[in-house]
Design a protein around this ligand. Sequence first.
Ligand SMILES: CC(C)(COP(=O)(O)OP(=O)(O)OC[C@H]1O[C@@H](n2cnc3c(N)ncnc32)[C@H](O)[C@@H]1OP(=O)(O)O)[C@@H](O)C(=O)NCCC(=O)NCCS
Ligand SMILES: [Zn+2]
Length: 191
Amino acid sequence: MVGIHPTVRIHERALVDACEIGPDTRVWAFAHVLGEARIGARCNLGEGVFVEGGAVIGDDCTIKNGVAVWEGVSLGNKVFVGPNAVFTNIGRPRAARKDLYKARFATTHVGDGATIGANATILCGVTIGSYAFVGAGTVVTRNVPAHGLVVGNPGRVRGWVCCCAARLTDALECPECKMRFRKDADGLAPL
Ligand SMILES: CC(C)(COP(=O)(O)OP(=O)(O)OC[C@H]1O[C@@H](n2cnc3c(N)ncnc32)[C@H](O)[C@@H]1OP(=O)(O)O)[C@@H](O)C(=O)NCCC(=O)NCCS
Ligand SMILES: [Zn+2]
């Protein structure tokens, strides 16, 4: 256990238990980080963010206000999670069957550079590919390919998005930064 790096800035009204947090991460007011959570370097955890023990957040992530990152959820590096987006970690909860909770945790992974829009709901057990873009309010029920743009309920792939967040042309080229992509097994990969 590495512990909390001395450069981490924690608001005096945040609650941070014995967890792991990398250099230069900021934790804003009313956030609560439980013991054994792992958070990387240079992250920004907004007001009211909750990080459960066993949750993993990579480097350079932004987690906006009101997001809970539960055990079973892992975020790669440079992941943006919009305000009030919802992760889940139990597919079929029952209040009277708490004994089943741990056994039923389904893991969710969000790849490097991905964006999750405000108020999106991510059902557990899915993988959101690197640099994927989940529109605001989307309900994600299936895996999302790398660089895929998903919107709606249920979320469907409606296009492709560059690392810079611009929509790609049909030729899989970015109109803004001119980066080009090709299809591969995970979705899209840069050429
Ligand atoms: C998904 C998103 C990136 C699309 O942006 P865009 O490429 O500019 O798309 P447009 O606004 O031109 O919309 C294109 C179509 O998608 C629809 N659409 C856009 N966003 C949508 C969403 N989140 N859910 C469902 N449909 C959506 C539009 O209604 C439009 O449909 P139409 O062609 O039938 O009229 C954007 O709408 C979005 O959700 N951004 C996330 C914002 C956010 O949560 N930020 C968090 C930090 S504050
Ligand atoms: Zn681009």
